[in-house]
Design a protein around this ligand. Sequence first.
Ligand code: GTP
Ligand code: SPV
Ligand code: MN
Length: 592
Amino acid sequence: MATSPQNHPDALLVKPAKVAAWVEEVARLTQPARVHWCDGSDAENDALTQLMLSTGDLVKLKEESFPNCYLHRSNPTDVARVEHLTFVCTHNAEDAGPNNYWMDPPDGHRLMDGFFDGCMRGRTMYVVPYCMGPIDSPYSRCGIEITDSPYVVANMRVMTRMGRAALERIGREDSFVKGLHSIGELDPDRRYIMHFPEELTIKSYGSGYGGNALLGKKCHALRIASWQARDEGWLAEHMLIVGVESPQGEVHYLACAFPSACGKTNLAMLIPPEALPGWKIWTLGDDIAWLHPGPDGRLYAINPEAGYFGVVPGTNQKTNRHAHDMIRHDTIFTNVAVTADNEPWWEGLESGTPTIDWKGNPYDPAHGPAAHPNSRFTVSAKQNPCYGTMADAPGGVPISAIVFGGRRRELAPLVFQARDWGHGVLIGAAMASETTAAATGNVGVVRRDPMAMKPFCGYNFGDYWAHWLSFDRRLPKLPQVFHVNWFRRNAEGKFLWPGYGENLRVLRWIIDRCENRAGAAETPIGYLPRPQDLDMTGLDISPKAVEELLSVNTEAWRTEMHEIGEYLRSFAPRTPPRILDEHADVARRLDW
Ligand code: GTP
Ligand code: SPV
Ligand code: MN
């Protein structure tokens, strides 16, 4: 790609011609007062912060206890992803599949360009070059986000490798993902998140929030990347990546897919309980994994992100001390409450009293929680006390186990293991979970969320399952596949399993199964640990609770398998026959 001569203040940035041409085209459409190419420098970030403090986009938090921390209050109608306004535009509607809202690409462009026409008048248009993944990794992919939101720029700087190095890489490569974003009027009736995977293009209008607006994240690294991954033989997944080191120094890497607000950040930063001395946890990623067949026939993972956009409520010294400590400096908080002396506050924090709620009003418990249930922190991964430096390894880390998981008060046991890869893909495809505040709509309703990708798969789930199934032809050394559920409840509605740090006991069994050194019972749905197969040293849990957590209710599972069958078949004619065979196999075992 050739480069064009520089045009003004950012004179030190070399602007690749393809990028410059697109930026000009967008500027003609959106009519900004100024164009700012972001270099990612500290000086640039300081200036943006000052600007946002002056406009009220950011509020400074108490410097003595929360140095360099800021609060952003988003528009109260703009606090979560909007799945009903998120579209995948492909020439053939079947390619987007029943799992996506679809529009014909020309219609999608017409609709969006109508919104973008003149929308940046009087505003600054920021050109944000970013790299998803280590800057020197062959697996990384770059993009440019054009946005009129300085808050988005500040977040993209933390969440991605943003600025000069990314632009240089784009200059060396031939393609980049084009993401056009404007907060518009923040009007829910003029809000769409539109993807054109065949053109590597994203257009997002009318929201400034997280996954709707930080286009490198869900829009690029999952929806567009999953499409590319299918064509190129890899996987882009809604997964954390964690390294588990035993007291003997043996390290295993796990990639775990849990739906939004179902425990990825927490598991990725797990603090080993005192009863399991010598264990260490390394966080590689907390939300997205790109998985590639590696040279030795194993599956390798990189985290395309550089920061965490994590759920705030529930974070405290006991649940996750690392997260609690990590967000005490250099953090952007979105939609939390504040105390009288201007410290951030959220439900689950064990000290302080909220005086101002997330909307900026005096706190009144009659009006709901003080912090929004989907309030978030944005923080650099480097601030994580258990940051795994292998996250920067260009070749990624080899994955021993893939773990699927949902939030289910009933049915799904604490953990079970797939018989083989095909069965594992069925388990992923059959995942279900209670909805959470991460997306607008009802909370607590069980829905199918295959591989935790319901909101994020950029193409037809039928094709996606076929792609997953194909990996046993691509990979001689497949990871083992498991399913976990930390969220089972008893008749009184209490969690049966203590969760958080104690989840390490389950990870241990998973690793030991991968190494063929742990026992299990064979059941119709897969291998389950018997109570004696889990290390319960020092854990205060009743034998009855353990029995319930490790039981398979055949009758309930028959009903479940029936529903799963209907669901899989609803993707016909794209449902792969092989996944129906896997389904029939489990159904047959349940009828024994
Ligand atoms: P996204 O960023 O939306 O993709 O979510 P995530 O999967 O990273 O979820 P996160 O780890 O932020 O957890 C969401 C909520 O689940 C928080 O309120 C946690 O406190 C809670 N949670 C996490 N792990 C556990 C657990 O093991 N047990 C219980 N009971 N709750 C948990
Ligand atoms: C999720 O909802 O899964 C998130 C937050 O990780 S967002 O970036 O808003 O999608
Ligand atoms: Mn997520």
